[in-house]
Design a protein around this ligand. Structure first.
Ligand code: COA
Length: 283
């Protein structure tokens, strides 16, 4: 499958992405099939649809590199570890990146400033940048990835003080625009002893069954569009009733009814056809 910008635009519009949306993306480039122009074309396609009234938000998370004791968070240069498309958003957004050692986001467009400067008690609290996506009535796009990549569910873990999460402070340094380094702290949530892992697919599948999530292919990727507020209205009472609602039971996470879930060395993809994944690594 060879994908051009026009085809990606057409598929995203069929899924329901609209001009003026506030859209946060979690993605896998290779799930789409071969994209002419790679990640830049996907970002161009998204920006073409969103237009000047819209806002594109990417996860610029770098939680593994931040573990090194001498790590310096450089908002202009620290790469996003959340894939090629997320890193393309990060590069284009430049300084429009929230300040967090492990869970910053980058944003382009009308509400970019509001989102990246939201601050908040932590990256996962409703008064932070992801919370701003909720307040702005935004939507989340899972492009070729499963609900296991759906960070917004972590906000519910924090909002409802779920078990197995403990708060800590990570202390590192921040590079300022003039190059100087200053001490910089961020609140982080660690997994506590006995944490069984999360099964966000269970809640995600339930949202799909209830019609909260829209599902459609974008090229070879299975894409899921999730409106932030309805997602919260759907999941919050369930988490309140069952504090283990988001946790894994048994050895596997819930299989999804749309698409093929493909565990690769680099991550878990959600695709129409495993043979269409670009340069899929053979086991
Ligand atoms: C980890 C993850 C990014 C891996 O997905 P991926 O498609 O393998 O990787 P990327 O999106 O970075 O895309 C790079 C890959 O695209 C492929 N690629 C290169 N050019 C391409 C093109 N023109 N067209 C299509 N694919 C191409 C390559 O296989 C490349 O991998 P390689 O450099 O190792 O060969 C993905 O599984 C994931 O988890 N994404 C969500 C991350 C997230 O937001 N998480 C939230 C917090 S938990």
């Amino acid at each position: 499958m060879v994908l051009t910008q026009d085809r990606i635009v057409a598929d995203l519009k069929s899924l329901g992405v609209r001009s003026g949306d506030v859209l946060m993306l979690h993605s896998s480039l290779r799930s789409l099939g071969y994209v002419v122009g790679a990640a830049a074309t996907v970002v161009d396609a998204l920006l073409e649809i969103l237009g000047s009234a819209g806002t594109l938000v990417g996860p610029s998370f770098n939680y593994e590199t931040a573990q090194a004791p001498d790590f310096v968070f450089d908002p202009l240069n620290t790469p996003s570890d959340m894939g090629a498309i997320a890193d393309e958003i990060r590069r284009r957004a430049g300084n429009a990146r929230s300040r967090h050692l492990t869970h910053s986001v980058s944003a382009i467009g009308r509400h970019a400033e509001t989102i990246v400067t939201a601050g908040g008690k932590s990256a996962w609290s409703m008064d932070g940048p992801l919370g701003a996506v909720f307040k702005l009535d935004g939507r989340f796009l899972l492009l070729g990835v499963t609900y296991q990549s759906f960070t917004a569910f972590h906000l519910l873990e924090v909002a409802f003080r779920l078990r197995f999460r403990k708060i800590d402070t990570l202390r590192r340094r921040l590079r300022r625009p003039d190059g100087s380094l200053i001490p910089f702290d961020s609140t982080v949530y660690l997994r506590d002893v006995g944490y069984p892992g999360y099964d966000f697919n269970r809640a995600g599948q339930a949202m799909e069954d209830a019609g909260v999530t829209s599902v459609a292919p974008v090229g070879n990727a299975v894409a899921r569009l999730i409106p932030a507020r309805p997602m919260r209205e759907f999941a919050s009472p369930r988490v309140q009733r069952d504090p283990d609602y988001l946790l894994q039971r048994g050895s596997c996470v819930t299989p999804l009814s749309h698409g093929v879930t493909l565990p690769l060395r680099t991550g878990v993809l959600s695709v129409v056809d495993p043979r269409g994944v670009f340069q899929a690594r053979r086991p």
